[in-house]
Write a protein that binds this ligand. Structure first.
Ligand code: PEP
Length: 251
């Protein structure tokens, strides 16, 4: 982990969770406040319907809340969408943009994701911009080219002047229980770091690069200690407070 970057662990609950799930948040809060203070910033990204309640409930224990997506516009005739400012108004501080499930399920392009990140920054949110290759792309030897192109297209100019987080999530590792080797994670994170430095200069050294994809209590310590892995984006294992707490404690 790069010494100057404060680590961050974010949990993406995806389309899981109702008000009853806030009990899990309470359990996590209890664990976080009863043990040693966590070294990582702890973020939970619940469904939008409970962002406000989660933000209220998480605040006393230092858990911060994020959205899972936002619209590029500030307001308007966009039925069903949520503006970044609405998430901020509900108490969110972060927002995931460009998750592979949005890229594939909603056809989101790098350009749209970049605009979403700009909208997030404009609303005072800290974007977590997701990138990552498919298995076929990795097998074809194209992983770096894909990631480079996603970085170039989805990360806004002037990102270095705001808190912008990159989440490297190989798509084939999401929800599958499979992860790249530690060497492959190290190589890709070093590649991303170099791209950020090439584009943003020295400030590229302090942009957080999270790893995501089947991060679990069993592999968290190993993966989170890899150089240039500045934290994690966790799906399945964030739904259970005890699993998520173990990952947080591995930092
Ligand atoms: C994710 O969807 O962002 C993710 C990393 O999921 P999982 O941890 O379940 O692989």
């Amino acid at each position: 982990m790069t010494a100057t970057i404060s680590p961050l662990i974010a949990g993406n609950w995806k389309m899981n969770g109702t008000r009853a799930s806030l009990d899990e948040l309470s359990a996590l809060a209890g664990m976080l406040t009863s043990g040693a203070a966590p070294r990582a910033i702890v973020v939970i990204c619940p469904p939008a319907t409970i962002v406000a309640a989660a933000a209220r409930q998480g605040a006393p224990s230092g858990i911060v809340v994020g959205g899972q997506d936002c619209h590029v516009e500030v307001s308007g005739a966009y039925t069903g969408d949520i503006a970044a400012g609405m998430l901020a108004d509900a108490g969110a501080q972060y927002v995931i943009v460009g998750h592979s499930e949005r890229r594939s399920g909603h056809g989101e392009t790098d350009e749209q994701i970049r605009m979403k990140a700009i909208a997030a920054i404009g609303a005072g949110l800290k974007p977590i911009i997701c990138i990552g290759e498919t298995e076929a792309q990795r097998e074809a030897g194209d992983a770096e080219a894909v990631v480079a192109s996603q970085l170039a297209g989805s990360v806004p100019d002037a990102a270095e002047n705001h808190e912008v987080n990159i989440a490297y999530e190989p798509i084939w590792a999401i929800g599958t229980g499979r992860t790249p080797s530690n060497e492959d994670i190290a190589a890709m994170h070093a590649f991303i770091r170099q791209k950020l430095v090439d584009r943003f200069g020295e400030k590229g050294l302090s942009i957080r690069i999270l790893y995501g994809g089947s991060l679990k209590p069993q592999n968290a310590r190993e993966i989170l200690s890899i150089e240039n892995v500045n934290g994690g984006l966790v799906g399945g294992a964030s739904l259970l407070a005890s699993d998520f707490y173990t990952i947080i404690s591995a930092v």
